[in-house]
Design a protein around this ligand. Structure first.
Ligand code: ZN
Length: 578
């Protein structure tokens, strides 16, 4: 619905309400100067009642304000309407002579704009996000009043796991309720719900289901490490895989050839997207699903874990009007999180930002996000060509893998666009070598590239169970660390696989000794001298030496800072920076 129509509609609505209410009020006012009976108007209960209703109205108004902003509805208009309702109701209370009548009008005037708002916003959002629907009321009653008003139309109430799947909405099409209804009757449905709920609660990013002869092993990737979860029987496991295949609209009879698809689920109060891939193996069909929580907050450059000097440097690179900025590292090194943080530095209202991603991991307001789909011929290269015609200022390309994409990216960077992208390479200088290996002319790279950020994620030690120890001075000397200054390092508690481990499993981290992750970085800034070196004779060893000379610190050196501060262990740093 267009904003104009909405405004017109709501104006009409407000006029009607005012007219209806004003008529009798005017008639009463005409009856006499002050048409009320005698004495005792001040009733404490009435006052409390009115105040309570007013408080509820204030709370609702602030929700409307926030919600309208989130859904990009015209906030000014809705705030105005809410306020008008509030003001009118006050006037009505003052004018009307009969308490119950004025009370009714008071409540009506306060509630009408909010109810109208709810009806408008409910049309705009997906079913699970609608409010004041029977399902929503039931879930509120369950949560706050501990009351159960029968089974909800979905079966989350029956199973007690707040997970509800829906099929993938392919572009422009609503979810297919038949598909969802079909899987809800299947044997493994409850197991699938519980598994997804468990994975989301443990902050897993991937779920792996792998068949063996007798059972289906389940593993979650948590903080980058695969962690075993409770396995299923083979029959249940196969049923669970079938459920996900149906939801993703895959061919369920095909159990050998690799397939991929996507689906979504409502987990508690937010929507999570899943990328699902299946393939055959010797002992049966396996499945891997990637969990994309699109409601996650984008973190800022400061929160990535960089030292201050580096994020100032990085900010000045990414806010330039043109250039090519590359984040590199292996899979799962947090490259896209960093790219989003960089995008977040750019004024999205004044600049036209377009992203091409595979898949879209976070949703950004005021940014055009395009998802590649190689099956439909939408590759990074084709999409990049077409968006260059849409006059972008900033372009984010999910990944550069081929010569064509790399060349267009360089050209775009030279013709007045800021281009962000990622590259699969171990360190920053190697990423430069990778671009040359892809076949891009060194002179093109030299004039386009503004900086390369190499990164890894290290797990942070669990603050509840980390163990202090004295590091070997010999090792410190080898690593060029000040032996006198460093008194202690920290490490996770010893993992004892024996019987006694049961008594003392740290509740905070589940016994792994680590919790959450942070980034370690190396920033390769392209100075004029390095630009010349790339153009003339790209010798990686010489370029690396020059980069270090101009202040680049290697990943490992950057990570040592986190070890010295006791945030991570030296073993963990060595694991990720080998
Ligand atoms: Zn712990």
């Amino acid at each position: 619905m267009s904003v104009k129509r909405l405004v017109r509609k709501s104006r009409l609505f407000a006029t009607v309400v005012i007219a209806v209410l004003a008529l009798p009020a005017g008639a009463w006012a005409a009856d006499g100067p002050f048409p009320r009976g005698e004495g005792f108007y001040f009733d404490i209960f009435t006052v409390i009642l009115f105040l309570a209703i007013y408080a509820a109205w204030i709370k609702t108004s602030s929700w409307v304000d926030r919600d309208a902003q989130e859904l990009s509805l015209p906030g000014d208009m809705w705030n105005g309407l809410m306020l008008a309702g509030g003001a009118l109701s006050l006037i009505m209370i003052w004018i009307m002579p009969v308490f119950w009548l004025s009370f009714f009008v008071f409540v009506l005037l306060l509630a009408a704009p909010s109810l109208y708002y709810v009806s408008v916003r409910n049309r705009k959002v997906k079913a699970p996000e609608r409010v004041l629907t029977p399902d929503h009321l039931r879930s509120l009653a369950r949560r706050y009043l501990k009351l159960d008003f029968g089974k909800a139309s979905d079966d989350t109430a029956r199973d007690g796991v707040p997970v509800r799947f829906f099929g993938r909405r392919s572009e422009g099409q609503p979810d297919d309720p038949n598909r969802v209804a079909r899987v809800m009757e299947s044997v493994g449905y409850k197991t699938a719900q519980e598994m997804v709920y468990d994975a989301c609660n443990r902050r897993a990013t991937d779920i792996h289901l792998e068949p063996t002869k007798s059972e289906m092993t389940v593993r979650f990737r948590i903080d980058g490490m695969l962690t075993p979860a409770d396995p299923f029987s083979r029959a249940t496991g196969d049923a669970v895989i079938s459920i996900f295949k149906v939801l993703c609209n895959m061919d369920i009879t095909e159990k050998r050839k690799p397939q991929d698809g996507s689906m979504s689920a409502q987990v508690e109060d937010h929507v999570v997207d899943f990328r699902v891939a299946t393939s055959g193996s010797v002992s049966g069909e396996k499945l891997v699903m990637r969990i994309l929580d699109t409601s996650q907050q984008i973190i800022s450059l400061e929160q990535l874990g960089m030292r201050e000097k580096m994020h100032t440097q990085l900010r000045s690179i990414v806010t330039q009007p043109h250039g090519l900025f590359i984040v590199c590292g292996p899979t799962g090194a947090g490259k896209s999180t960093t790219l989003y943080a960089c995008l977040n530095e750019i004024d999205r209202y004044q600049q036209n930002i377009i992203t091409i991603e595979n898949p879209v991991e976070y949703q950004l307001e005021n940014v055009t996000q395009i998802e590649v789909n190689p099956k439909a011929g939408k590759t990074f290269a084709t999409e990049l060509r077409s968006i260059l015609r849409q006059d972008p200022d900033v372009i984010m390309i999910g990944e550069i893998r081929d010569k064509e994409t790399a060349e267009i990216a360089c050209q775009a960077a030279q013709t007045g666009h800021m281009v962000f992208t990622t590259l699969h390479a171990n360190d920053a200088v190697t990423a430069l070598g990778r671009l040359i290996d892809l076949g891009v002319q060194p002179f093109m790279i030299a004039s386009a590239l503004s900086g390369v950020l190499g990164q890894r994620l290290v797990r942070l030690l669990c603050p509840k169970c980390k163990v202090r120890y004295k590091p070997n001075p010999e090792l410190l000397r080898k690593a060029n660390l000040p032996v006198e200054k460093i008194k202690f390092f920290y490490k996770p508690p010893e993992q004892n696989d024996g019987e006694e481990s049961e008594e003392e499993v740290c509740e905070n981290c589940g016994g792994s000794g680590y919790q959450k992750r942070t980034g370690v970085f190396e920033l390769f800034v392209i100075t004029e001298k390095i630009r010349d070196m790339i153009r003339d004779n790209p010798n990686m060893t010489a370029i690396k030496q020059e980069a270090v000379k101009s202040g680049m610190r290697y990943l490992y050196e950057d990570g040592l800072r986190q070890v010295i501060e006791g945030k991570t262990s030296i073993q963990e740093l060595l694991r990720v920076c080998k």
